[in-house]
Design a binder for this molecule. Structure first.
Ligand SMILES: [Zn+2]
Length: 96
């Protein structure tokens, strides 16, 4: 096997900018479970495959493509430096 061919063309690391209960899971079985979201213009939900990585929170299971599209995940390593949209940063927090 040629491991050189696995050179990454982009950063594959993913981050959860608003880590409010999301967990990453490797689907351990073949039980039929579907992604919570659909691709724009598609009528069907994605079947999650055995061994597929997905994120979950409560009853929501989301494939990585949809999680990125929904803003649940990001490949922006600097996400924590960007101002939060939902709340203002207090003077104390700016000192950290
Ligand atoms: Zn999906």
């Amino acid at each position: 096997m040629d491991f050189v061919s696995h050179d990454l063309t982009r950063d594959m690391r993913l981050y959860v900018p608003h880590n409010d209960g999301w967990e990453a899971v490797v689907k351990p079985n073949a039980v039929k479970e579907y992604c919570y979201y659909r691709n724009p213009g598609e009528e069907h939900f994605h079947l999650l495959q055995t061994g597929e990585l997905y994120v979950t929170r409560g009853s929501e299971k989301v494939c990585l493509n949809c999680a990125i599209r929904q803003g649940i995940l990001t490949d922006n390593r600097q996400h924590w430096q960007e101002p939060k949209k939902s709340r203002k940063v207090s003077e104390d927090e700016k000192l950290i």
